[in-house]
Design a protein around this ligand. Structure first.
Ligand code: C2O
Ligand code: CU
Ligand code: CU
Length: 443
């Protein structure tokens, strides 16, 4: 499969009569949903049509380090990067976005991002809505600040870096409060929190419940009925909404409460036509192969902290450094990664922990078994102040340097990021501790 993406500037009319300068892939804002099957060989030509460096990272995908699109794979203006990889993971809603060192947030803010959906035999077999755009709807949620002139305003001051940079509008798929017309049946929403730094508590009007069927890395074992879906930046949830019997005259709305305060409407949902198929909410989904915790050969600890010297954002007291590998992991190893969010006083802010290359499983949250919504494969996990999670991770297939970081993008850009290197047998540790000097940059 050969795909082409081009990051380029564009213009969208978010507010009528006031065109907004934006960035997008192959269009003015966001990008096409990339859809692949497990087992596919994928080649992508990623052209940088911007006037500055960028990268495109495949968030949630298990790919070789040189194909990951993290800060090591910068693409210069006018150049094309050509990653290739074989998709080998469960059906899931993943995504892609820029990931330039210390500059991820702004390019994403201006519109760069898109979904990356993987299908497999399980998704073929499950009786879930699957007509893309009809009853299986991508919903990319991003609060943004828009000025009177219709332009996006991105310029967080230091307190915003710490506490988040909430917007005055909430974009759903790059539009303000769009109306979604769907059949009066069970519909699937593939929710992505694509914001910079806002944790969303998502609810439907009338207190209507949602049934979560998948988290970051794919299906849960059974649907989880929820009044609210809490997503931190980068996290995904696939939910079913039961609109059977709902008249077109009573629209629903999906709303987001931001952790900093405030509530914004994402979109309205109108059951505008009769159901074409009879889909119900299944009792069970797919078993999850559990990573065996007793096989863990070591435990590592990660302290996310905002109390370092000068109120810095650090992991284990350190600032991100591209020339330092923080953790060396053996290829084939299973490990427990313990992550905690420690801050003091005014520095008590939420953080998250995202790992490239892997889907981990949550063993415990604050010493207790994780809630059902965290019981599946995850690549990003939210930590409120004081929280501690134990993750079980298996490092398989690929060696090389990958990132881990807080996915609140201002925190990431201001240093809350580290690197792990997966080392194969016989690979000598590099003397200077630096990452391999071969970024996959192809002119
Ligand atoms: Cu969504 Cu390191 O990224
Ligand atoms: Cu990622
Ligand atoms: Cu953070």
């Amino acid at each position: 499969m050969l795909l082409a993406l081009e990051a380029r500037p564009g213009t969208v009319e978010l507010v009528a009569g006031r065109p907004t300068a934006s960035l997008g892939y192959n269009g003015p804002i966001l990008g096409p949903t990339i859809r692949v099957r497990r087992g596919d060989s994928v080649r992508i030509a990623v052209r940088n049509g911007l006037s500055e460096d960028t990268t495109v990272h495949w968030h949630g995908l298990h790919v070789p380090a040189a194909m990951d699109g993290g800060p090591h794979q910068a693409i210069r203006a006018g150049e094309t990067w050509r990653p290739e990889f074989v998709v080998d993971q469960e059906a899931a809603t993943l995504w892609y976005h820029p990931h330039l060192f210390e500059k991820t947030a702004e390019q994403a803010y201006r519109g760069l991002g898109g979904l990356f959906v993987v299908d497999d035999e399980v998704s073929d077999r499950l009786p879930l809505p699957r007509s893309y755009g009809l009853d299986d709807i991508p919903v990319i949620l991003q609060d943004r600040r828009i000025g009177q002139d219709g332009q996006l305003r991105y310029g967080p001051a230091m307190p915003d870096v710490m506490h988040g940079y909430p917007g005055n509008v909430l974009l759903a798929n790059g539009a303000i409060e769009p109306v979604l017309r769907v059949p009066a049946s069970v519909v699937r929403l593939r929710l992505l929190n694509g914001s910079s730094s806002s944790v969303y508590r998502l609810t439907l009007s009338e207190g209507l419940r949602m049934h979560q069927v998948a988290s970051d890395g794919g299906y849960l074992e059974r649907p989880v009925e929820l009044e609210a879906v809490v997503l931190s930046p980068g996290e995904r949830a696939e939910v079913l909404v039961d609109l059977r019997g709902r008249p077109a005259a009573s629209p629903l709305s999906l709303e987001a409460e931001l952790f900093q305060g405030g509530r914004l409407r994402a979109l309205s949902i109108v059951a505008s036509r009769p159901a074409a198929t009879a889909v119900s909410i299944p009792a069970a989904l797919a078993p999850i192969a559990r990573i065996d915790a007793s096989a863990a050969e070591r435990v590592r600890s990660f302290v996310l902290s905002t109390m370092g010297p000068g109120g810095q954002l650090t992991i284990n007291g350190r600032h991100a450094d591209m020339h330092r590998v923080d953790e060396r992991v053996r290829l084939g190893a299973t490990e427990i990664w313990e992550v905690s969010n420690r801050g003091m006083g005014m520095m008590q802010v939420p953080h998250s922990f995202h790992m490239h290359n892997v889907q981990f499983q949550v063993l415990s949250l604050n010493g207790a078994p994780p809630p059902a919504t965290l019981s599946g494969r995850k690549d990003t996990v939210l930590l409120w102040p004081g929280d501690a999670v134990r993750l079980i991770v298996a490092f398989e297939d690929y060696t090389g340097v990958y990132m881990y970081h807080c996915h609140l993008l201002e925190h990431e850009d201001f240093g809350m990021m580290g690197q792990f290197e997966v080392e194969g047998p016989g690979l000598a540790q590099s003397a200077h501790g630096g990452p391999p000097a071969t970024p996959a940059r192809i002119p």
